[in-house]
Design a binder for this molecule. Structure first.
Ligand code: ADP
Ligand code: ASP
Ligand code: MG
Length: 813
């Protein structure tokens, strides 16, 4: 014999009920079966809602009643050819239900006893309908009301079973029964005095387990709407997957900590008899599901699943008067027991100075009052403080039988939460070490589950959630590169790079599942109005793990929000150099925040676009080398200008061309004045540990007073024409000395300077072409032959690839 239980969704629609019937037909071929059914999906909630409304004298309980009725009629009409006979009986049942609701409305009260009577309609109706349909199909079926079998105490809404009487009733009934299929309503029971009771929300699973144990069947099957017990709640974590095998203890812990797919008390009756529980999916009967048993199965996983419970309140009782005095906890927990308040979680500081416990938030006020009353005397003497209540919390729990024999699991748990800026309010680890739980803010649950799932179950892939501000030339290239490389990165580096948000100065769009990179321009065009603050708020609101903010602007205001991102543990990648070349205190603050909040801050593209200059310098310093000096050509634009300018092409036209080809800033004076190069050598000096300011850098400008004092870009170009002779002089001198003009940045002994130099033949700078950059590091390890980094130092493509490299570096961390 087998017991099969079908949950609310399985009996929620005509289509699904047909699937259930097909399963029952197939299963009954080999042996008689017992089928326990839940109420039609969502009906228990609706019955309670109607009851609450009626109690509050709100006439709309009738609307909810009508809705309940129409859901049932719709199911019946789809199932039976001639529904008349069923409808007659169902109509009568609904009349009784309506009377009950009217009664609640009249007396303005809904006691637990009446509530049980009310919700029992759900299972009584669903079981009746299914049994009728089975009979209609000439299947050998009998409906038996489980209230005649399962006998409980009077603990309404969560009654306790009297197993002696119940087991006897079940055995006696089935000894005499000779039908192939028996339909039983789940959840409902009766007290010894004959009142309707129920077994607690989700209790149909329990009904099935009670029957399975009484009949000592070979297997208990729980049919539901998911393919087993998953590594974590599949509604919150897309990557969750079904766990093939679990021990009874693991299943109990997972369900106790919120894996709703199994009602926690279900395990107890079958555990002692070693009856396996098989969780199966009604919608996909072919899926393997989960087998819960005491058979030891080899598994490479130490953590088997992650559960969570929402709506938790954390209560803390503390005070010096508790230390060393026995009986405090006993009084505390007795007080809660008297109030029938269930404790989900307890920790006690070893100093005995405080006890902290978690309960359902709906009980928080009741608990607060009861405890403050119980300890009134000690509170009045200031021996202990009034109880502290915190709300809006959740508990997450890592569960697995083998966790005890593995070190480092709690380390991984807390480092993963910490990296994602998830604050842990309290921690508990069972002495059995089958469960480590942490209390966190409810608003962080989704992020916590996703990041922990990634850490413990998807060793393979890590998802990076990228937010890009600045969709210009470079931004578009970056998006393109991420699109091109997505599959490669996923396969080879196990990185799943998703762009979740994009903005420019006008628009912003978001998609927490990743923006479709094959089709983003159109939606972007119609997107919401953007703002720097609005973008930041949205990043924080989405609260995704491994979030990276990428600044592809040259905007001062954007640079000023890095601080906020880092404080929320969001990594920052920037090609914008303003933050790093601003006041030293600001640069230092960002470095400190990055360390403190474990949020990388990378800006390789600040110097030499995609060339690995900062990274090389960081590696030299980190490995103990000492930088003696740095010599560099760091301006792609100036290099372009001096490579093209000659006695045959005037200076004005050369600069115009550089600007036209996109090698200069919109205001070319920023490049030509040497400011841009000064910022770059400043950043290198700072990376070398020197707390330097921009004013400390000597800047020998090659421009004339008139050039430097120009009021506008146009004015500046005019002065270039007027001063052509000055530039020709520079050119003639260099040619006479057989030199090339190069704009050079130098750092030595804590000092830096930038300026135009005549570079002789044979010097590594002499042949530097086009818009290339070159950096020579002279260090203790490279004293004579410098370490040289050289290559294209400007351009959208290489800058985008430098940003991309920083993103990947964060992913590999
Ligand atoms: P039924 O109506 O069949 O009793 P429930 O709604 O009680 O179904 O339980 C199934 C639901 O449990 C799933 O749809 C899923 O949303 C939720 N759930 C939560 N945690 C888990 C988990 N770890 N594994 C599977 N399902 C889970
Ligand atoms: N119908 C009841 C509930 O929703 C029992 C169950 O479905 O298991 O809680
Ligand atoms: Mg359920």
């Amino acid at each position: 014999m087998k017991v099969l239980k079908f949950g609310g969704t399985s009996v929620g629609t005509t289509q699904n009920i047909k699937k259930v019937i097909a399963i029952l037909q197939k299963e009954s071929l080999s042996s008689p079966i017992v089928c326990v059914v839940s109420a039609v999906g969502g009906i228990t909630d609706k019955l309670l809602q109607a009851g609450e409304l009626a109690k509050q004298k709100d006439k709309s309980y009738l609307t909810v009643f009508e809705k309940i009725k129409s859901i049932h009629f719709k199911v019946i009409e789809g199932l039976v050819n001639n529904p008349k006979s069923i409808l007659k009986e169902v109509d009568a049942t609904f009349e009784n239900l309506k009377q009950l609701l009217n009664g609640i409305y009249l007396i303005n009260e809904l006691s637990p006893k009446t509530s049980d009577k009310l919700v029992s309609y759900g299972e009584l109706l669903s079981s009746f309908i299914i049994a009728e349909v089975m009979e209609d199909l000439n299947l050998n079926t009998v409906l038996k009301n489980s209230q005649e079998l399962i006998i409980t105490n009077n603990n309404f809404t969560k009654a306790e079973v009297n197993y002696d009487v119940t087991n006897k009733n079940i055995v006696d009934y089935f000894n005499k029964a000779n039908q192939l299929i028996t339909i039983l309503p789940g959840f409902v029971s009766k007290s010894q005095s004959g009142e309707t009771t129920t077994l607690g929300r989700g209790g149909s699973d329990f009904t099935a387990a009670i029957v399975a144990a009484a009949l000592k069947v070979d297997q208990l099957e729980i049919w539901t709407d998911v393919s087993g017990m998953y590594t974590t709640n599949p509604k919150l974590v897309k990557q969750a997957y079904p766990i093939a095998n679990l021990s009874y203890q693991e299943a109990m812990e997972l369900s106790h900590f919120g894996a709703k797919v199994l009602y926690p008390p279900t395990v107890q009756p079958v555990l002692n008899l070693s009856i396996p529980i098989h969780i199966k999916n009604t919608l996909h009967p072919e899926a393997f599901g989960t087998i819960i048993s005491n058979q030891k199965k080899e598994s490479h996983l130490t953590v088997k699943g992650i559960s969570h419970i929402d709506n938790v309140a954390l209560l803390t009782l503390e005070g010096s008067g508790m230390v060393g005095i026995p009986g405090f906890s006993k009084r505390l927990f007795e007080t809660l027991a008297n109030e029938k308040i269930n404790i989900i979680f307890i920790t006690q500081a070893s100093s005995e100075h405080s006890i902290c416990f978690g309960i359902d938030v709906s009980n928080a006020e009741q608990a607060e009052q009861a405890i403050n009353t119980a300890f009134e005397y000690e509170i009045s003497l200031h021996k202990i403080n009034p109880i502290i209540v915190e709300k809006g919390l959740s508990i997450i729990a890592l569960i697995g039988d083998n966790m005890k024999s593995h070190q480092g699991i709690s380390g991984k748990l807390f480092s993963t939460l910490g990296k994602n800026n998830i604050n842990v309010r309290a921690i508990a680890q069972g002495a059995s070490e089958k469960n480590i739980s942490a209390v966190i803010n409810q608003s962080d649950v989704k992020k916590a589950l996703n990041s922990l799932h990634e850490r413990f179950f998807e060793v393979n892939t890590k998802q990076l959630n990228v937010f890009i501000t600045g969709i210009g030339n470079v931004g578009e290239k970056l998006i393109d590169q991420i699109k091109q490389q997505h599959n490669f990165l996923k396969k080879n580096l196990k990185l799943d790079v998703k762009i979740v948000g994009m903005s420019n100065s006008r628009k912003m769009i978001f998609n927490p599942n990743g923006i479709d990179l094959n089709n983003w321009t159109e939606p972007f065009h119609h997107a919401d109005k953007s703002s720097i603050e609005g973008f930041y708020q949205k990043v924080i609101e989405l609260n995704l793990r491994n979030s990276i903010f990428v600044d592809v602007t040259a905007n001062k205001d954007v640079a000023s929000v890095y601080e906020n991102y880092l404080k929320q543990s969001v990594a920052v990648v920037a090609c914008n150099k303003i933050a790093c070349s601003d006041k030293y205190a600001n640069y230092k603050n960002l470095q400190d925040l990055s360390l403190k909040y474990n949020a990388p801050f990378l800006y390789e593209t600040n110097v030499g676009a995609g060339l690995p200059i900062i990274n090389t310098l960081n590696n030299l310093v980190a490995s103990g080398d000492k930088v003696i000096s740095i010599q560099a050509v760091l301006s792609g634009s100036l290099n372009f200008v001096f490579n093209n300018f000659s006695d045959k092409k005037n200076f004005h036209d050369t600069v115009k061309q550089a600007q036209f080809e996109g090698y200069t800033e919109p205001d070319p004076r920023i490049d030509l004045s040497g400011i841009d190069v000064a910022r770059k050598i400043l950043i290198l000096a700072r990376e070398n540990g020197i707390p330097m300011e921009i004013v400390d850098i000597t800047n020998d400008s090659f421009l004339t007073e008139a050039n430097l004092n120009s009021d506008s870009v146009d004015d500046f170009y005019d002065t270039l024409i007027n001063d052509e002779a000055h530039f020709q002089k520079l050119y003639a001198s260099a040619t006479a000395n057989k030199c090339q003009l190069k704009y050079v940045a130098e750092y030595k002994n804590g000092k830096a300077k930038v300026g135009l130099q005549e570079v002789p033949e044979g010097h590594p700078f002499y042949n530097l072409e086009g818009k290339d950059n070159i950096v020579m590091f002279y260090t203790q390890r490279y004293p004579e032959q410098p370490l040289i980094v050289k290559g294209a130092g400007a351009g959208a493509d290489v800058t985008a690839s430098g940003l991309f490299a920083d993103i990947i570096r964060i992913g590999n961390k």
